[in-house]
Ligand binder design. Sequence first.
Ligand code: PEP
Ligand code: MN
Length: 336
Amino acid sequence: MLIVMDKKASPKQIQQVVEAIESKGYMARPIPGGDRVSIGILNNKGPVDSGLFISLPGVKEAICVTRPYKLVSREIKPDHTLIKVGAVTIGNGHLTIMAGPCAIESESQAMTIAEKVKASGAHIFRGGAYKPRTSPYTFQGMGLDGLKILAKIRDTFDMPVITEVMDNETFDLVETYADIVQIGTRNMQNFSLLKRAGKSKRPVMLKRGMSATLEELLMAAEYILEAGNSNVILCERGVRTFVRHSRNTLDLSVVPVIHKESHLPVIIDPSHAAGKRDQVIPLSRASVAVGAHGLMVEVHHDPQNAMSDGAQSLLPEQFDQLVKEAQSLFKIVRPR
Ligand code: PEP
Ligand code: MN
């Protein structure tokens, strides 16, 4: 249930409603909106009696939340969530481009790519320091040394950085270096990691599990918001299907549904969906057209020798073309 306060409700009236909710054994979560505050009622095991709260001073109405997810839902928060990372804003009205190699391989590799993607108009640099690899015998990432290279890129190119956190053990370290913490497809339902992410001061980009439904993605995001972190970005990166012509199938249809169901921004990663370089630009165009708030794209200056995901990494000049096309399409589409 959502208690919507009058526009003119005082902080004292809001506090009284919070206390009334808590006195019934529920959890109260005030949600500031554009011109009024709403208070979500959480932790109720069954239906809540709206009559308990509707007559309190400053209360406008009580709305029954029909979805299993609450804090991520538009029912609870009709306004779009905008996420600020340094000078970059992610969300409605912005097309944010994140780019960089799959993995940080060396300082010179990362700096070379960062310089190029920055010059082409990327807003945020991506690169994995801890890599979730299918085989334990392949490159696992540079770890702390990779995080330090990311910090150098932030300082040199004045670009926020995003990198993946794989487990609770390294969370403290990763969030010290990252401007945005990424939770990968394989960890979308790692609930202890989601709860830890909910305690982080950093925005979190949550990638859709490769066989997760939209409801499962939103419920996973709900864990992060419920634990206290409302700066969550959703990411569609392709789901596993029967096809052989691409690594995964990019589920573009999820974007308009996310806009309807949730106030959180949604970024599309066409690189891991495609698995092949030649599909990345067409899929990026489609992503912008369907209303994504941004793209995450893998770029490598020497993809033949990349230590991971070279086949799907764009060459810098292709990335340059992608940014131009994406930004001009965005001017036409202006998604919600
Ligand atoms: C990545 O972005 O580097 C990555 C491993 O992506 P995913 O979790 O979507 O496979
Ligand atoms: Mn990759």
